[in-house]
Structures are given as C-alpha cells and as structure tokens.
Design a binder for this molecule. Structure first.
Ligand SMILES: [Ca+2]
Ligand SMILES: [Ca+2]
Ligand SMILES: [Ca+2]
Length: 161
C-alpha cells in the first residue's frame, strides 16, 4: 500500500484529536451533525450500511462533474461539504488541503490518480465498518462524528473545530 506511512499517521493521530474536540459545539461539529441528519433518512438516530452507501452514491454522482464515473483530484477538491469555508475562516486552509490529499490517496486504492466507482464503494464499506466501533451494523451519531474518516480528517485539520 503506497501511502502506508501517511495512512498510519492519519489513523493513529487523528482519532485522538477528534475525541478531544468531540463535545465542543463548533461549526465543524455542527456541520458533521447536519451531514449525519442527511444520511439517516428515517431519523431513527442511526444509519445502516444501506443508508450510508446511498448517501455516498449521491455524493459520488455530484462530485463526478464530467460524468466519467471516476473522481480525479480536481473534482474531489472542487466538491465540498462546507468544511472548506470553515477552514478558510479559521485560517487552516493548508491543513485542510493536506487532509484532502490524504483522504484522496486513501480512497484511490490503486494510486492511479482517480477514485473509481468500485474503489469508492469499497472505501464507503470499510469506512462504515471502521466507524461502527461496537459492530452492531448501525452508525450512531456519536460513531459517525468521532469515527467516520471524513469527519475525523477534516475536523482535525480545522482544529479547534
Ligand atoms: Ca470524473
Ligand atoms: Ca484508482
Ligand atoms: Ca454501531
């Protein structure tokens, strides 16, 4: 795996930062809560794999600007949940861009510079499993906020958030 060092550093370092910041009512947390609300269709307070994968599929389609069924780095950075604005506000643009590069290389499993549909799907599945710390096949709000890699990476990058 090409980005083993970066990946390990990410996984070892970021959850600690995420846990430390997890209770603060900050824009980064509010945004993550909003995202969770849009995944959890039926508002039962937890998202199952189906809801999570559907949510991911919608994002993939809207990121794939040229409809090539793969995401290049330009498309990846062009699309944003809203973390970008917060990073700008906080003067953490560079840290945020570094987190974007790490996340892109994490999802681009064969390192060809594009996230294919199947790479993306595999990543959604493994990101869900990693965040589901009690292995009950549901992501609670807390599991999503402190374990989903997008939240962990981006909120750590705009730290204080
Ligand atoms: Ca594309
Ligand atoms: Ca690829
Ligand atoms: Ca769970």
């Amino acid at each position: 795996m090409k980005t083993l060092t970066a990946t390990c550093a990410l996984l070892l370092a970021l959850p600690v930062a995420a846990i430390a910041q997890s209770e603060a009512p900050t824009p980064g947390r509010e945004l993550a809560e909003l995202i969770f609300g849009s995944i959890d269709d039926n508002s039962e307070g937890a998202a199952d794999m189906g809801e999570f994968v559907n949510f991911g599929r919608d994002i993939f389609v809207s990121m794939d600007y040229d409809e090539s069924r793969s995401i290049d780095f330009g498309e990846f950075t062009e699309w944003d949940f809203g973390f970008n604005f917060i990073a700008e506000d906080e003067g953490q643009q560079r840290a945020y861009e570094a987190a974007q590069r790490i996340l892109f290389s994490f999802w681009d499993r064969d390192a060809d510079g594009e996230i294919s549909e199947s790479e993306y799907h595999q990543s959604m599945v493994s990101d869900f499993r990693r965040a589901d710390t009690d292995n009950d096949a549901f992501l609670t709000r807390d599991e999503f906020l402190s374990g989903y890699i997008v939240n962990v990476a981006y909120r750590a990058a705009i730290i204080g958030q």
